[in-house]
Each structure stands twice: as C-alpha cells, then as structure tokens.
Design a protein around this ligand. Structure first.
Ligand code: ATP
Length: 610
C-alpha cells in the first residue's frame, strides 16, 4: 500500500499519548475526531479497531492475538538484545511491559547511534505505518497450532525492531490487552459524527448504522469514504448480525399498559437463549444475544429454519428453548449450556431437543422491517414462516385491560414461560436495534426462590411418552391432598428424574389403579392419557413454587384464578411408606408458597448491610 493511503503509526502513538493525560470526555472526543479526519478512508477501519482494542468485530469469530506475557517478554528481549530477566525487572520498576519496551528500545537505539557504522542505517529506517502494524498483528493472531508460539514471538519482535520507543510502548500494550485508552463506543461514535457528519447532531445516524452492522470500523469506512447520506441508506444484510432490541422491566400491569400506549401486544416470555437467525437460500447462521456465531451448537435449529422460513433471504429473531422429549414441557435454560461443548453435539441434540419460538422479523427479501411498526413485522413473519416440529411463533394476544394482561400472564407462567413481554403496537413501534426502551417491557414473575423442601404427592394420572419413551408412560400427573374437602388437587406434571428402571416398572406399578374415568376425589383441569386412582405417593422436588391457572391445588387461597404449582419438578423416589392421605396437603403447599414470598421480601437486597 502506498503511504498516500496510509497513516504513520507515529500519529496514532502520539494521539494515544495525548489521550492518556485527558479526563474530559469532550476533549477526548475532539482529539479522536481530528485523528479520524486525517486518517485515509482506506485504513480508517483499522484505526477504529485499534482504538477499540481489538483487531476485528467479535462476531466474525476470528482468533484473538493469543500472545502470553512470557512470549511478549521474549519478543522484547530479542528486539532489544537484552535478557528476559532484564525485561521483567524493567517492567517491574516502570510499572508495565509497554514502558519497559519503550525504555529498552530507546537504550538500544542510543547504543546503535554510537556505533557509527550503523548510524546511516538507523537514520534511513522505514517509517512504521498503521497498515504495517495492523497486518503484522493480524498475522500474529492468525498463527495457530503447532509452532505458532514461536511464529508469534518472531513477528512481534520484528515489529518492535521497526518501531520507535513510543510506538513500541503502545504496540506492547495492545498485544497485552492493556491499551486502556478509556474510549467507549459512545465517544467513538460522537467523534465520527463530528469528523464526518458536521457535528454531534449526526450521532443518531452513526448509531443506527452501528446497530445494523455491529462493526464501528466498517461504519467509519463507509462514512469517511462516501459521506453521511450513504449511512442513512443502510439496510440490514443477511449474514451481518444486528444489535438486538432490548426491553425495560416493570411489574405493574396498569402502568405497563400506560407505557405502551393503552394497548399491548403481549407474548410469552420464553426462558431460553435468544437467537437471531439469518437465512439466505439454504444457508443459515445463528447469532446469540451477544452476537456470537452459535450456529454449530444448533444443527437442529438450522434444519428447522431452512425448512420453515419460506423467504429466500430473511433475518428473524426468536428464543430457543430446551424441551423435555418425553413430556414436551419446557426445561430450564441451563440445559442449553450442554450445547456449548462442541464435541458431542449430535448426542446432546438427541438428549435435549429444542424448539424455537420466533417473535420478530427484521429483514426479508430486500425489505428492511426494522423501520416498520410491530404489527406489520408480525404479519410478515406469519407470512414467511411455515411452522414445523421445531419452529413456532411466540404465543400472543392483544390486550387493552390490566385484567386481561394479568390473565394471560398467569397462563404464560402456567405453561412454563418466565412471564410475558408486553410490546407497543402503535405506528412508531419500530425495531429499535441496540436500544433498551419502553417499546418492549418484560413482566416476569416477581418472586423466585429455591424450593428447599421436597413434597410428597399422589399420582392421579399418567401420560404416554414420546421420543425415547414411546410406548411407555413418560410423565405423571401429581396431586396434593386437600384434607378439608378430602379431595386431591393437582400440582404438577412430572417427567424428569425417573431412571430407565423406574420407567420400565411404571406400567406394572400403575396397572392395578388405572381407571376409565376421572376418580371422583380428584379435582383437575388437566386430562391425562389415563386416570389413576390416588394410591401411590412419590417424593418430588422442584426449582420453586409458582402460581398456575392449570392446577387446582389451593385455588382461591392466593389468587382466585390460579393454584400452586411446582416449576421444573423432579421425581426423587416412591414413598411406599405413605398412603395418599399422608401426602403433603394443599394448605401446606399454600403455606410454603407464602413463606417463600416472605423470605424474599425480608431478604436484604444486594449490597445492603446485613
Ligand atoms: P436483557 O436481554 O433485557 O438485557 P436479560 O438478558 O436478563 O436482559 P431477560 O431479562 O430475560 O434477559 O429479558 C429479555 C430477553 O427475553 C430477550 O433478550 C429474549 O432473549 C427473551 N425473550 C423471551 N421471549 C421473548 C419474546 N417473546 N420477545 C422478546 N424477547 C423474548
């Protein structure tokens, strides 16, 4: 690259030095703006990345520098002709390796100057440019596998040999990950607005472009080369992640509805992993909430999306939720963490199947939906999605009253959701990429606590299994004993915690008690595949007690429209020593629920002195 399209690295080093002594943000922004203005557009992305203390945007999944401290010490030693011991000692005295490199390089140059034969070589030495530094750093990062440690050391020491003492200070700090300029994304965006947009009023345009590209280097390059108008026209691109829209939190249905303008589009809030799914032809990429490429963790989701998203090009968003293969119930989101281990992904896919619940459309076949109101996005989403066994659209309703919101909220948690998302649907309800605002409000269960005690519940029904448990029973309907009314009231459906042996024995165990109709003493809103006479008692533990409109235990005691249920129940063992009337009573469960609430209310909040 000719120097006309490049920048001496010295300019960057001088700017970094100037930034070190500045505390005012305005001053910092102005210094950065003037640096950006004098940077040729061809390399401005590299300058931005270096200021951001990275080599490329994280979502590209490219390697990091990966140079250990010991290797940096070695590289400095080679470049300066000193021992590693001296380098370490100098770093201790001066406070950091960057300063040690600066001082030792300075000393070795002095020595060279004195040796007259070398003088002419030193004075005609090539000036380091940003491109040269960046490309060498990129090669250091890309060196992987066997022998890469030595290659990294060689490349770094070579770079330091070419650097001035001050340049060496910043190169070493960058490689160590300790540049610490204190320049945040917001300051960089302000600087870009001043440099290329005529002032900080252009900041929203820069910000929107950043939200659509998740790459400030790229945004800088576009605006520097083509001007601010070009940024205004940016559209989402399939394959490039969009920074996600985020929600505010609230727990008062009346105020929630006020905030969204009186009418709310209310959806289940699923407890899983957020996924931004990009599809082009048959190619599918999945990005996480933090914009990491997580495609390899979800080969099943790739398949569901490929089959179910009918648009040739699309960007959709949804929540990936783990489901119990036997009961179809949601599982805790921690189950998805098993997918982070890459090696046995196929086995995990079978063991912990997932479902995706889509809730937004950001782009389809050339149309930028981020600027369209929510109802239009959802209509288009329905049009391009053909549901399949792993791909669905989030459950929703439109509500106008707090009562309806509360009812849907109860239904959502009763069905295993974490709460609801209330979304505005007025004409300005656009997809605000990268922004947390009141267009989306999360309304979660307020009170959560661990369920410490186990309970003993009575089997009143059974469900046939699916998947691995096909042809056998896969889950049981469990009830508490209401000793005032002498009835059994349902609490949960349990499908977890059974060993294969337990499951194999179930048909024989249940056989004597299977009934054609609902046993008279059972109060249930749920219809199991087979009814079971209340005889068998099992010990159950769960994550917490919650309210659910599906279950009948203690209805009317806490709320008129919901009973007590157990979230994520697990079978522990049979309690042959207990008869059905010895099971945990409904009123005991109500008391447990109240205690759980009290405990949380009394618990000092984080950071408060105990
Ligand atoms: P946040 O994402 O708001 O920073 P967080 O990571 O703690 O906070 P939550 O408090 O659980 O997440 O709430 C927001 C998340 O809820 C979203 O990022 C998304 O993953 C998830 N979610 C589940 N269902 C929906 C839905 N229907 N619409 C939007 N988001 C949903």
């Amino acid at each position: 690259m000719s120097t006309a399209n490049d920048l001496p690295f010295k300019v960057l080093a001088d700017t970094f030095e100037a930034l070190e002594s500045i505390t005012s943000r305005t001053q910092m922004t102005n210094i950065l703006a003037s640096l950006l203005k004098k940077t040729p557009p061809e390399i401005i992305d590299k300058v931005v990345y270096i200021i951001e203390e990275k080599l490329w945007p994280d979502w590209k999944g490219l390697p990091e520098l990966g140079v250990a401290e010991k290797s940096i010490i070695k590289a400095i030693a080679i470049a300066t002709g000193q021992s590693e011991d001296i380098v370490e000692k100098t770093a201790k005295t001066l406070g950091d390796l960057g300063k040690a490199a600066e001082s030792l390089i300075s000393a070795s140059r002095e020595k060279q100057k004195k040796a007259t034969t070398l003088l002419s070589f030193v004075s005609t030495k090539r000036e380091l440019t940003v491109s040269r530094v960046y490309e060498t750093l990129a090669r250091i990062a890309m060196a992987q596998g066997e022998g890469s440690k030595d290659i990294k050391i060689r490349l770094l020491s070579g770079l330091l040999t070419e650097a001035s003492p001050k340049e060496a200070r910043y190169i070493v700090r960058f490689v160590e990950g300790k540049l610490r300029l204190g320049v945040g994304e917001a300051t960089l965006m302000d600087a870009l607005a001043i440099a290329f947009g005529g002032g900080s009023f252009a900041r929203p345009i820069i910000e929107r472009a950043y939200n659509l590209r998740a790459d400030l280097g790229e945004v800088a390059k576009i605006v520097a080369a083509k001007g601010i108008e070009e940024l205004k026209a940016l559209k989402p691109v399939v394959g490039i992640p969009i920074r996600p829209m985020l929600a505010e939190r609230h727990n008062d249905p009346v105020e929630i509805l006020e905030k969204v303008g009186g009418v709310g589009f209310v959806e289940y809030k699923y407890d899983g992993e957020r996924a931004q799914i990009h599809k082009k032809g048959s190619e599918v990429i999945i990005y996480s909430r933090r914009l990491e490429n997580i495609t390899h963790q979800y080969p099943d989701v790739v398949d569901y999306a490929r089959r179910g998203i009918k648009a040739d090009e699309a960007i959709v968003e949804g929540e990936i939720v783990a489901v119990d293969p036997d009961t179809g119930d949601f599982k805790p989101f921690q189950e998805l963490m098993h997918r982070k281990r890459k090696h046995d992904i196929q086995a995990v896919v079978k063991e912990i199947p997932v479902k995706v619940f889509l809730f937004d459309l950001l782009y389809a076949n050339g149309v930028d939906y981020t600027v369209k109101p929510l109802p239009e996005r959802r209509r288009a989403l329905e049009e391009i999605v053909e549901r399949n066994e792993g791909l669905d659209i989030a459950e929703y309703i439109t509500v106008k009253t707090p009562g309806d919101l509360e009812k849907f909220f109860m239904e959502a948690i009763g069905n295993g959701a974490e709460g609801v998302m209330v979304k505005a649907l007025h004409k300005d309800s656009i997809y605000q990429a990268g922004t947390r605002g009141w267009l989306w409000i999360k309304y979660k269960r307020d009170y959560r606590s661990e369920m410490i005690d186990t309970v003993d519940l009575v089997v009143v029904g059974a469900f046939y299994g699916k998947g691995r448990r096909g042809g056998k029973f896969g889950a049981l309907l469990m009830a508490a004993y209401n000793d005032e009314k002498d009835v059994f009231e349902t609490v949960c459906k349990v499908g977890s915690g059974f060993s294969d042996e337990d499951l194999n024995k179930l048909p024989d165990l249940l056989k004597p008690y299977i009934m054609e109709r609902k046993p008279v003493r059972v109060v249930s809103n749920i219809e199991p595949d087979v009814w079971v006479e209340p005889k068998l008692v099992a010990e159950i533990i769960g994550a917490e007690l919650t309210l659910s409109p599906l279950h009948t235990c203690g209805v009317g005691k806490i709320r008129s429209d919901a009973g007590i249920s157990i979230r994520f129940p697990r079978f522990i063992r049979w309690r042959d020593d207990k008869g059905p009337e010895d099971a945990t009573t409904s009123s005991e469960l109500v008391e447990m629920y109240k205690r759980q609430l009290k405990k949380i209310v009394e618990k000092p909040s984080e950071g408060e002195a105990v």
